[in-house]
Design a protein around this ligand. Structure first.
Ligand code: GDP
Ligand code: MG
Length: 439
């Protein structure tokens, strides 16, 4: 996603970090480059201009903090403004006080509405919600059948009325959902190739009749400013409540994602990242900004690090984590600083290349850390350095010594092993993408 944009930002930052001191000239030069990058990514020119002005204003006005360089500080300001541009904070789906929640899905033909309806149903199902997909696209004969297939793939209920009108189907669907005991109704409406009055009237009528809790406008993320212009037209006529950007798995340049919130005032709620029913992500402005800037959640790591431990310690910890071959002994040494910095899984999430890939098993809470500490303390130095020698009888001894069970030893060794593998992967990732830390 946004590879071009990311590599351009990385280049700018590399140069910026090279400057020991920031002058108004090199800030200005940096911002000229950022502006060019944004425009080439098809960001709306007004949005780009406002972005640059906001960053410059902050960059000039801030005092340089100790322990990070001025260049890093500018990167942080750019990151913060990017987060704001993407909507600031996560926008949750609205829900009805009295079920069913009605979600109306609108957009041009081919934008990915039907596919999204299936993805959303599946997403909700994973959260114990039960959705019904409503075939309200009667424009194309195959559309109803397509939605039926999609519903099946998503494990969702399906509703259609072959010889009816879109308005009638939508109207009756809500009672049907209530009868079937379902809590969510998703209306898959028809699109057109272009916005026209007839389409808007149809959608307006459905909106009046069903009073949706949420109207999601689906746009093809690959189409850049076209998507933004369409969104603007839709919001004037229909006043939707959120945006879904699809086809973000392709080589979307980022223009739509970066402009749509500012232009329409409506938040992005989801992004589609593939044709399959599970290829849906909730939209997180912060994570997206990190991805775009190519720094993982490293900004957060910097913040946490400066809050809780001194920079030297953070740097050492980072280095250890980066070295895929850290032993249980290193692991133990790091426990103290880790404890200060927050849950381990949360920290691991912030390492570029690892983000979001942490399996449940690795999740460790504060109590878990105490157990781990006890177990590691009951090992011999040899065992800590070379955990693979820990066989059955050693496990029994360690369990007794630490007042735990063999199962707990097994779990720790498994967790340790998984983490080592993941860190190794992240290390490879780092080499390929040329990620570097801003400290
Ligand atoms: N690569 C990719 N293709 C998508 C995505 N969402 C939808 N599509 C494809 O886009 C085409 C149009 O999707 P469809 O849901 O039928 O659009 P609709 O006309 O708005 O209902 C189909 O070929 C989908 O497989 C996505 O997130 N990524
Ligand atoms: Mg469709």
């Amino acid at each position: 996603m946004f590879q071009e944009l990311t590599s351009r930002f990385e280049n700018i930052f590399r140069k910026l970090k090279g400057h020991g001191k920031l002058t108004s000239e090199n800030i200005a030069e940096t911002m000229r480059e950022v502006r060019r990058v944004l425009l080439e990514a098809d960001v709306n020119f007004k949005v780009a201009k406002e972005f640059i002005t906001a960053v410059e204003k902050k960059a000039v006005g801030t005092e340089v903090l100790q322990s990070i360089t001025p260049g890093q500080q500018v990167i942080k300001i750019i990151y913060d403004e990017l987060v704001a541009l993407l909507g600031g904070s996560e926008a949750p789906l609205r829900e009805a006080n009295l079920p069913p929640t009605v979600i109306m899905v609108v957009g041009l033909q081919g934008s990915g509405k039907t596919t999204f309806c299936g993805k959303l149903a599946k997403f909700l199902k994973a959260r114990n919600r039960r959705a019904m997909l409503v075939a309200a696209d009667l424009q194309r004969p195959a559309a109803v059948e397509q939605l039926r297939v999609v519903s099946h793939a998503a494990g969702a209920e399906f509703y259609s009325q072959p010889d009816s009108t879109p308005l009638e189907v939508c109207r009756t669907s809500i009672g049907a959902a209530r009868q079937r005991g379902l809590d969510t109704v998703i209306l898959d409406t028809a699109g057109r190739l272009h916005i026209n009055a007839e389409l808007m009237e149809e959608l307006e009528a459905i909106k009046q009749a069903t009073k949706p809790n949420e109207i999601l406008f689906v746009a093809d993320g690959m189409t850049g400013q076209d998507a933004v212009n369409t969104a603007q037209a839709f919001t004037q006529k229909l006043d939707f409540s959120g945006v879904v950007l699809t086809k973000m798995d392709g080589d979307a340049r980022g223009g739509a994602a970066l402009s749509i919130k500012t232009v329409t005032g409506k938040p992005i709620k989801f992004i589609g990242t593939g044709e399959k029913v599970e290829a849906l992500e909730k939209f997180h402005p912060e994570r997206m900004a990190s991805r775009i800037l190519g720094m993982g959640d490293i900004v957060t790591l910097v913040e946490k690090a400066s809050q809780n431990v001194d920079m030297q310690k953070a740097r050492e910890l980072e280095k250890k984590l980066r070295q895929a071959d850290f032993s249980l002994e290193d692991f133990y040494d790091q426990l103290q600083s880790l404890k200060k910095m927050g849950p381990l899984s949360q920290l691991l999430n912030m390492i570029p290349g690892l983000g979001g890939k942490i399996p449940q098993d690795v999740e460790m809470d504060e109590k878990g850390l105490v157990v781990i500490e006890a177990i590691i303390l009951s090992m011999t130095p040899e065992e800590r350095r070379r955990p693979h020698i820990i066989n059955g009888s050693r496990r029994l001894r360690i369990a007794k010594g630490s007042g735990t069970s063999v199962q707990e030893i097994n779990r720790l060794l498994k967790q340790y092993d998984m983490m080592r593998k993941m860190l190794k992967q992240a290390g490879r990732h780092k080499g390929r993408r040329g990620l570097s830390l801003p400290f």
